[in-house]
Design a protein around this ligand. Structure first.
Ligand SMILES: [Cu+2]
Length: 325
């Protein structure tokens, strides 16, 4: 009811303002005034406002950076993340100067070339040279960025060589929590199927598959060893989720019915990152980055990066799948 009343009131105000303006316009016409004539004073004011806006605009960006800059991510905790950060920095280095120069020119020109009845505009239809410059320069910049990006992408998306030392973890998302499963001593994850999801077996692990016996399933937090490649397999039990590990510059969709992959090498332990960020409460996080329902914001899991020894200790203290069932 309140919304309807407010909407009707706003509508009536708009209609009355429009009517008042119309009356003012008609009475000006009847006095023989030129209604759409813009005086020199108005023109100058608009030109100055362009410069005022320019200052306000850049001050606003500076203020935002000073106010929210502290929420930026710390240095990358994964090997490939360093490459992503470099790519990002190169992109900024290209974009920021262009952004500043074009915006200064935009508003300065609006000020400098505001209407002047004594000045005649130059009729300028075409220049091959100009066309060539503003086509070639952006294409060149974009080609460099895309090739650089592709190079990074190929490095990031190459799966871990299964022959080499690595940790295999399956991450499953469901409304509204995460679970992680380790392959255990045999290095093989047991089969899983949504039809087996029941009670504590929220990952739908097939208990008749012997590869599943030594699998380790954890909730709340999962551990990874530092400097060892981690191969992730992602699944979803219900809707599309997105496994987002910002400190490792990693994100991959979890899609019901298919398995997706990602891998990274953690290079900074949780204890070291606590020192770097000067925050005793710091924890790496796995978040959901796809709005998947009402409690989406609360869908997270802690990631602990341990030394190899601590990781082994933690892993051996966890229950195997066969001990739970
Ligand atoms: Cu989700």
């Amino acid at each position: 009811m309140m919304i309807i009343l407010v909407s009707v009131t706003v509508l009536l105000i708009v209609i009355s303002v429009a009517q008042i303006l119309k009356i003012a316009e008609l009475s000006a016409v009847s006095r023989g005034e030129k209604v759409y004539h813009i005086s020199e004073k108005e023109n100058k004011l608009q030109a100055i406002l362009m410069l005022v806006f320019l200052v306000f605009y850049f001050s606003f960006f500076a203020w935002q950076y000073l106010k929210w800059g502290k929420y930026m991510l710390p240095i990358s905790a994964s090997e490939h993340g360093v490459g992503i950060d470099n790519l990002m920095n190169v992109t900024w280095a290209l974009i920021i100067p262009v952004f500043i120069i074009t915006h200064i020119l935009l508003f300065w020109f609006a000020f400098k070339y505001s209407f002047n009845k004594n000045r005649k505009a130059i009729f300028f239809a075409h220049s091959n040279k100009l066309e060539l410059i503003w086509t070639l320069l952006p294409s060149l910049a974009l080609t460099v960025l895309i090739l650089y990006g592709l190079n990074n992408w190929n490095k990031i998306m190459t799966p871990v060589n299964p022959e080499k030392e690595h940790v295999l973890i399956e991450v499953v998302g469901q409304q509204f929590s995460w679970g992680a499963r380790y392959a255990g001593a045999d290095g093989k994850l047991g089969r899983a199927n949504v039809n087996f999801i029941e009670g504590a077996n929220f990952m739908g692990v097939d208990s008749t598959d012997k590869n599943a016996n030594d699998d380790i399933i954890v909730k709340g937090e999962f551990h990874v060893p530092v400097n060892v490649p981690v191969q992730f397999i992602f699944r979803s039990n219900d809707v599309i989720h997105s496994a987002y590990m910002p400190h490792f510059r990693a994100q991959m969709n979890c899609v019901p019915g298919i398995k997706t992959h990602f891998n990274f090498v953690p290079i900074i332990t949780t204890a070291e990152m606590k020192k770097i960020t000067k925050n005793d409460k710091f924890d790496y996080l796995l978040l959901c980055n796809k709005i998947c329902g009402a409690a989406h914001y609360n869908m997270q899991m802690n990631i602990i990066v341990d030394t190899k020894e601590d990781y082994q200790k933690w892993l051996s203290s966890q229950k195997q799948f066969s001990q739970n069932n």
